[in-house]
Design a protein. Sequence first.
Length: 131
Amino acid sequence: MPNLTLWAPRVLSLLRIIAALLFMEHGLMKLFHFPAAQPGAPDPLPTILLAAASIEIVGGVLIAAGFFTRLAAFICSGQMAVAYFMAHGSQGFWPALNGGEGAILFCFIFLYLAFAGAGPWSLDAIVRKRT
């Protein structure tokens, strides 16, 4: 299907933007209780959750804008791997039962972006065109 192949780079950009905005929402919920408080998050947040929220917000903004995408996505992927094993994997083996599906999806979407790059609708693409 050549028409679908033509759109693949643009859909990569859409995947990047939507995944980053959803990821950023988790940090905003932890840190600013926006749009609501993160369910189950203690108040005040321990240092490890403050670090996680910071990575989610800063990483989410960078990935959504497509700026330093590969580095930001690699860091966010690692954070999600750690989050899965610390918060979900200890609750049982099956992700559907331990609540870890989102963490696994974010981990592998961001790992893919670390290799694939930001796509054409990104600040990285604009910077690349200028140099």
